[in-house]
Design a protein around this ligand. Structure first.
Ligand code: URP
Ligand code: ZN
Ligand code: ZN
Ligand code: ZN
Length: 510
């Protein structure tokens, strides 16, 4: 197996770069600008045994310590990707990136943790988790799990308790689309929201009306539109807007926090904006493809070129991405994911005669940190501290792992990147670390490069070389009742006291 990783430019085993791979390495990052979500300062960062020990100017160390010079560069928390699908069996295929290659790619792009979606097996959460525990054994960086809910009964309800109380899962995703596969109905959504609320777990939704998308597909096929553009045409923004509004209103009815994954349209974003303005606890996650790409490629005459952009909800016309960027900069949307769900051209070709069979998903796990920097910070839309917030800290807070993750401070995990704002990056399938033969961001050149990635106190990315070890990544347990649940109980009390005492009525008796 090792040779295929070497081919991909991923070395592992004994260090060849002069930096020890042992987790007991002592590291000093000198002279950089240390950035957290709410402040930045020039300081040194000292790391021992995978943990940040000290952050302050002029730390003196002995010569057993590896020193990295970060003068003129930003020292920031490693990225946390809240939305990935590694080794995901989906649409008669399995994503080309597994927990090793996907994470290796992530590390090369400055992401040091991700949260992947466990898919139940025949509805069973425990079997699903078991399968993902196997898949993730080869991990080379830290990871956590969300759990999808695909059916409803007493067993699932009990399993949700086990997931939260014993397995370290604090979020559940409901697919409102993928009719006949993962899709659930409103009755299940309500039961699921109720259970999530009682457990202090965050309800997440894939918000597209699956019945409407199905109807849209019939319409395209009747019109003879079978190419990749048919995918986008069959599920326009209104399909996403409707489901987003519905999920938000049902979450309001149940009074539980809601997280909307992959917000791709103005329609969905405006529903989130409206709900947040009314005080509802709704989180909106744009993904990097939705922020920076547009739908024009879907009309490319070359099938493979067009098919690589097929994901759900679809990548929209250019105005949507721009509006999502603005929403991110204003705080209407709070954090950026990727929905990394990579299929190669052979897999995409399953849908050569019918867009409905093109496996849905695009890459992003390696590119997110660079593209958010280039598109949001370099362009002047957000500050460097906001960058840390939307790529790392906010994710850590929402999933209740802050400040172990998402911060450069004493006691936090040593998941750290050094970004050089004056250096540039270029994206290409030829040089990326994903196993896919394509990249939806092919040819992108931008400013700001992740020059060093430190994962669990080990330098894993340096001088454009990756040094990663299967099995070195740790599963990160996430506890329920994140900050989003603050005040939920008070609101329930207010609601209950607003209900007058039950009315006693006289009934006519015969
Ligand atoms: O097209 C997509 N988004 N594939 C991954 C599955 C999902 O809906 O998140
Ligand atoms: Zn080397
Ligand atoms: Zn989804
Ligand atoms: Zn997804």
């Amino acid at each position: 197996e090792s040779s295929q990783f070497c081919d991909a430019g991923i070395g592992y085993g004994e260090s060849t770069c002069g930096v020890s791979s042992s987790s007991s390495t002592k590291l000093l990052i000198k002279g950089g600008t240390v950035v957290n979500a709410h402040e930045m300062e020039v300081a040194d960062v000292y790391v021992e045994d995978g943990i940040i020990v000290a952050v302050r100017p002029n730390i003196k160390v002995g010569d057993d310590v590896t020193v990295l010079d970060a003068t003129g560069k930003y020292v920031m928390p490693g990225g946390i990707d809240p939305h990935t699908h590694l080794a995901f069996e989906f649409m008669d295929s399995e994503t080309i990136d597994d927990f090793f290659s996907g994470q290796a790619a992530a590390l090369a792009g400055g992401t040091t943790m991700h949260i992947d979606f466990v898919i139940p097996v025949n509805g069973s959460l425990l079997s699903g988790l078991e399968a993902y525990e196997k898949k993730s054994k080869k991990s080379c960086m830290d990871y956590g799990f969300h759990m999808a809910i695909t059916k409803w009964d007493e067993v699932v309800s009990k399993e949700m308790e086990i997931m939260v109380n014993e397995k370290g899962i604090n979020s559940f995703k409901f697919f409102m689309a993928y009719k006949g596969a993962l899709m659930i109905n409103d009755e299940l959504l309500l039961q699921g929201f109720k259970k999530c609320k009682s457990l202090g777990a965050l309800a997440m939704v894939h918000a597209e009306n699956g019945d409407a998308a199905y109807e849209g597909q019939r319409r395209m096929i009747e019109l003879g539109i079978t190419g990749p553009e048919g995918h986008a045409l069959s599920r326009p923004p209104v399909v996403e807007g409707e489901a987003t509004a519905r999920a938000i209103k049902l979450a309001s009815f149940m009074n539980t926090p809601l997280y909307v994954v992959h917000v791709m349209s103005i329609d969905a974003m405006e529903e989130i904006s409206k709900a947040r303005k009314s005080g509802q606890k709704v989180i909106g996650e744009p993904v990097v493809s939705g922020l920076v790409l547009n739908d024009s490629w879907l009309w490319d005459p070359d099938f493979i070129t067009a098919a690589k952009y097929v994901m759900s909800p679809p990548i929209r016309a250019a105005g949507h991405g721009k509006a999502l960027q603005a929403a991110l900069s204003m705080g209407t949307l709070q954090l950026v994911g990727t929905d990394h769900c990579s299929f190669n051209s052979t897999q995409k070709a399953l849908g050569i005669d019918d867009f409905q069979k093109i496996p849905n998903g695009v890459n992003g796990i390696e590119e997110r940190m660079h593209l958010v920097w280039d598109t949001m910070v370099e362009s002047g839309q957000i500050s460097v501290t906001d960058y840390v917030r939307v790529t790392s800290t906010e994710c850590a807070r929402i999933f209740n792992i802050y400040p172990r993750k998402g911060a450069i401070r004493a006691g936090s995990d040593a998941d750290i990147i050094i970004l050089n704002p004056n250096s540039s990056f270029e994206i290409s399938a030829k040089s990326h670390h994903s196993r896919s033969d394509t990249n939806v961001f092919e040819g992108w050149r931008g400013k700001g490069k992740v020059e060093v990635t430190i994962s669990g106190g080990r330098v894993v990315w340096l001088n454009d070389e990756l040094k990663v070890f299967p099995g070195s990544g740790k599963y990160v347990e996430m506890r329920p009742f994140s900050y989003l649940f603050n005040g939920i109980g008070k609101a329930d009390e207010r609601y209950l006291s607003s209900l007058k005492a039950p009315v006693k009525r006289f009934r006519a008796t015969t």
